[in-house]
Every structure is written in structure tokens, then in C-alpha cells.
Design a protein around this ligand. Structure first.
Ligand code: TYM
Length: 334
């Protein structure tokens, strides 16, 4: 069995933000040296909530451009969009027949996204985790780098793999390991340290987007909510100070040091000193990526060629897995 294959996905649902970068995409880049990596733009997942057809294809290209601009090498890693490889939806159907209603009912992401109008949510939004499990298991992937918010979906993926193996008496699907690492696995809103930085927050001020200019980044950091106290010298002093903890965590992740290191340097100093240092670091790390993204987006046909080639390579891995799944459950193979 494959022992070190990484799979992860990002939805093309609008501008990518700092949470997507620090929680996921930067880790995708780092993992390339130790794993065989498959990175997917999950366009079918995006459809679980309304997407403007005129924008979806472009958003898909933009996520692919962000992957490449951040440092994912499309020659070694596989970059593709989900809808091009039929095995994802084919395996997802089998998983819809394995997963239990009670399991899906517990998913907090569904509850958050459906909000008060649960009856009005698409059935796709409800069964979303089955497709996510299929994304991963169609490659027999063993490791999945994600932000903290996806942990519950990965536990469900393990449950599905386990029940499938048990029901059919096979040792076929691996139990995936989440890879949640770095100092910013849950980046919070710049306006409210108790809610997650998210594409769906109506306030633009709450997040730093990949496409923000240096001036926009500096303005958003300047206006970020903080408290009047100076920074503490030890991590324990951040308890109960969500906004301060978030900004220090972002700095630590970007500088690739620990929170303790940041506080050793900035402890006792106020936000008037810390915020400019943070925005300089953000500009230094993010602006070269957004410049490169823009250059890539100037030639959409080049991105399309990378996605097409990636899809062929992905299908070569996933199709035989799907065939074996069909065989295991008793479908007559093609
Ligand atoms: P998505 O598109 O919402 O987010 C992409 C990745 O970014 C991470 N992330 C964050 N990390 C830290 N702080 C934040 N504020 C933050 N916001 C987002 C997410 O955890 C994720 O890793 N269901 C997935 C997409 C998916 C997938 C998969 C992932 C579909 N199939 C298979 C892994 C494997 C999602 O909605 O991610």
C-alpha cells in the first residue's frame, strides 16, 4: 500500500485569503520534498453553494495560479480541477451509500453554511463530506494537509474508510492522517478574534486576500482590532487576548518562528510598533505571490494546459482505484 501520498483541495469560491495560505497552501508547498503530492481545485464542491457560471472557471484558474505562484511545481506535483476526473463523483456515490445520516448530521461546517435555513440548503451541501472523502480515497492518499476547520471532515473520511473496509471484508482504504501544522492553523478575522478568517465574512476588512496590494495590506493591519495592552513576553500572557494572539500567530507563521520567539522580541512593546512590523512581513511574503499570480492569469491557456495534463495524471491514479471499488461492491466493471 502507498505509504506517503498527500492529497488536498481548495474551493474556487472567490478570493483566497491569508487563512488559506498559512493553514493550507504554504504547507502544500513544503510537503513536496517528502511526499508524492496531488493538489486539487475542488470546483464540484464550490457548486454546493450558488456560483456565478461566468466567474467559476476563472476562479478555478485563479486557485491553480495561486498554487503555482506559491511554489507548487506542476511538473512534480499534480495540479488539476476535480470535475475533470470522473472517479471523484463515482466513488462519492458509493460513499453516500456507506456514510450514515447521523454522521453527516453532526458536521459543523454544514450547520454553519446552511445557517438557519437548513431546509433550503442544497442536498450537495449536506453530502459534501462524502465527495471530500472520495477526493482523498480515490488516490488511496495517506496524508491530508488542511487548516483546523477541516479536521471533522477528515475524521468522517476515516469513518467511511473503516466502515467500507469492514462491510466488504477488505483492507483496501487507508486511514488518512490529517497534517495540521504551523503556528497559524486557524487564522482568525482581523475584526473579531473569535471568528475564523473566511471568504464568506461580509467585511473585506476582516481578511487579507492574495490579491491585496501592499497599501491594502498595510491599511487592513493598521485597522485590525486590538486591545490597549502591550504584548506579553510569554505565550501564556496571550490567554484571553484573541486578537493579539491571532496577530502574533500570523507573524510567527510567516517568519517561520514560534510564538515564543515573536514575544521574546516584541514583549513589552505596543501594537503601534508591532503592526508596522507585521504588515512589512505580510507584504514581503504575499506581494511576490500575487504578482506572480497576475502574470500567470495573463495567459489562461497556459493554466488550462497545466490543469488538463494534471487531470490526465490524476485519472491514471484514480481510475484503477475506482475500478477496484466497483469490483469490491459487486458492480460489473466497464
Ligand atoms: P476551503 O476551500 O474552505 O479552504 C482551503 C484550505 O484552507 C484552510 N483554511 C484555513 N486555515 C487556517 N485558517 C483559516 N481561517 C482558514 N480558512 C480556510 C482550510 O482548512 C483548507 O485546508 N472542504 C475543503 C476542500 C476540500 C478538501 C478535499 C480538502 C475538498 N476536498 C480533500 C482536503 C482534502 C474546504 O472547503 O476548504
Amino acid at each position: 500500500m502507498i505509504s506517503n501520498r498527500v492529497f488536498s483541495g481548495v474551493q474556487p469560491t472567490g478570493s483566497l485569503h491569508l487563512g488559506n495560505y498559512l493553514g493550507a497552501i504554504r504547507n502544500f508547498v513544503d510537503l513536496q520534498s517528502d511526499y508524492e503530492c496531488i493538489y486539487c481545485v475542488v470546483d464540484l464542491h464550490a457548486l454546493t453553494q450558488w456560483q456565478d457560471p461566468a466567474e467559476l472557471a476563472n476562479n478555478t484558474r485563479e486557485v491553480a495560479a495561486a498554487f503555482i505562484a506559491a511554489g507548487i511545481d506542476p511538473e512534480t506535483s499534480i495540479i488539476f480541477n476535480q470535475s475533470r476526473v470522473a472517479a471523484h463523483t463515482q466513488v462519492a456515490w458509493i460513499f453516500s451509500c456507506v456514510a450514515r445520516m447521523g454522521w453527516l448530521n453532526r458536521m459543523t461546517q454544514f450547520k454553519e453554511k446552511a445557517g438557519k435555513h437548513r431546509e433550503n440548503a442544497s442536498t450537495g451541501l449536506f453530502t459534501y463530506p462524502n465527495l471530500m472523502a472520495a477526493d482523498i480515497l480515490a488516490y488511496l492518499a495517506t496524508h491530508v494537509p488542511v487548516g483546523e476547520d477541516q479536521k471533522q471532515h477528515l475524521e468522517l473520511t476515516r469513518d467511511i474508510a473503516q466502515k467500507f473496509n469492514h462491510d466488504f471484508g477488505v483492507e483496501f482504504f487507508p486511514l488518512v492522517e490529517p497534517l495540521i501544522f504551523g503556528e497559524a492553523t486557524r487564522v482568525m478575522s482581523l475584526r473579531d478574534g473569535s471568528s475564523k478568517m473566511s471568504k464568506s465574512d461580509p467585511s473585506e476588512q476582516s481578511r487579507i486576500n492574495f490579491t491585496d496590494s501592499a497599501d491594502e495590506i498595510a491599511r487592513k493591519v493598521r485597522r485590525a482590532t486590538t486591545d490597549p495592552e502591550p504584548l506579553p513576553s510569554e505565550p501564556a500572557g496571550l490567554a484571553g487576548r484573541n486578537e493579539a494572539a491571532n496577530l502574533v500567530g500570523i507573524y510567527a507563521a510567516l517568519a517561520r518562528v514560534t510564538v515564543a520567539d515573536v514575544l521574546a522580541e516584541f514583549g513589552g512593546r505596543g501594537f503601534a510598533e508591532f503592526k508596522p512590523a507585521l504588515s512589512d512581513l505580510l507584504v514581503e511574503k504575499l506581494v511576490p505571490i500575487s504578482d506572480q499570480m497576475r502574470r500567470l492569469m495573463d495567459d489562461p491557456s497556459h493554466i488550462d494546459a497545466i490543469l488538463a495534463q494534471g487531470a490526465d495524471r490524476a485519472a491514471a491514479v484514480a481510475d484503477p482505484v475506482r475500478d477496484r471499488v466497483y469490483e469490491i461492491v459487486g458492480l460489473i466493471p466497464a
